[in-house]
Design a protein around this ligand. Structure first.
Ligand code: URA
Length: 303
């Protein structure tokens, strides 16, 4: 019986030419010289099996057993840097905007700090004074940074963000400017933040502990931003702000008050843009929610 270690992977010229014609590239060097030895061996093994299957006149080559890893050096994994978690910072409820932003940047209160590339504090209209909170009528609250947001340190910069920007642009909230009614724009007249400031690995759902650690940051942001209206997008933002666990479909269509008494702005709930990308027919409902938000804002402004 053939031993696993003495299997000959060498192909003759005819076999290589045939594989080449089939679009299969075969590695013919020293396997141990290569970075991904297992992948290389597998492809040679698959290639041999394919040759055998395409030449009926030849005896079928028995599938070789892949040599044990013992012969090859163990693959090295990048070492995770150990980060010591620290208690949730004190006095968040008294912090000013700049201190709050710096505290979030340094936060190690939950395990998400181990895997994040960047914290994602928020983005929005420029403040009147450097280091102070922008004063905005509109606040959008999403769930948590995804991969692109983690890399760029800004909320909603991926596909869901493009949809959000389009939804905001469609909300013509102010009088015509140079012949055009003005919509909402992340750099001008709105603020966008998330419940979580760090990305959950592989975009998994935020855990209740993570939300509990991060929520004081959002509450303080809202106190300082003083929005006139909050648009909560998706289940996590809605539950965090309203305290209700009901599905979005049951909560939309009316104005909510926040569970936390420090948040006084009314809340309109709607679907998360990432959900809308997967459920296009619900875009019409989301638009109805945005219309409700615009009507609600009008009544607030006249009051
Ligand atoms: N989804 C969110 O809820 N927030 C982001 O910033 C990106 C995607």
């Amino acid at each position: 019986m053939s031993d696993a270690t003495d299997f000959d992977y060498t192909l003759d010229e005819r076999q290589i030419a045939m594989l080449d014609a089939m679009g299969i590239r075969v590695f013919q060097g020293e396997i141990s010289d290569q970075k991904e030895p297992f992948a290389r061996m597998e492809s040679a093994q698959n290639a041999i099996e394919k040759v055998a299957n395409t030449i009926p006149s030849k005896p079928v080559v028995a599938a070789p057993v892949i040599p044990q890893a013992a012969a090859a050096p163990a693959p090295t994994r990048p070492q995770a840097t150990a980060i010591t978690l620290t208690p949730k910072p004190e006095g968040i409820e008294r912090m000013g905007w700049a201190e709050l932003a710096a505290t979030v940047k340094d936060c190690k209160a939950c395990g998400l700090c181990q895997s994040r590339k960047n914290t994602v504090f928020g983005v929005g209209a420029p403040p009147a004074l450097e280091g102070e909170a922008p004063q905005v009528d509109w606040l959008i609250v999403g769930e948590a940074p995804g991969e692109n947001e983690d890399i760029q340190g800004e909320p909603f910069v991926g596909q869901a963000g493009k949809l959000l920007d389009n939804m905001l642009a469609a909300m013509k909230v102010s009088k015509e400017e140079a012949g055009k009614p003005k919509g909402l724009k992340r750099t001008e007249n709105v603020y966008i933040a998330n419940v979580l400031k760090c990305r959950p690995p592989a975009n998994r759902n935020p855990s209740p502990e993570e939300v509990a650690m991060c929520e004081p940051y959002l509450v303080r942001q809202i106190e300082l931003l003083k929005p006139k209206l909050i648009l909560a997008m998706g289940r996590f933002a809605i539950t965090t702000l309203t305290g209700s666990n009901e599905p979005v479909g049951k909560l939309r269509g009316r104005v909510h008050t926040a569970a936390d008494p420090r948040i006084t702005a009314p809340i309109i709930v709607t679907y998360h843009p990432a959900y809308l990308l997967r459920n296009l027919p619900d875009k019409a409902k989301a638009w109805a929610d945005l219309v409700l938000a615009m009507q609600t804002m009008k009544t607030i402004k006249v009051l």
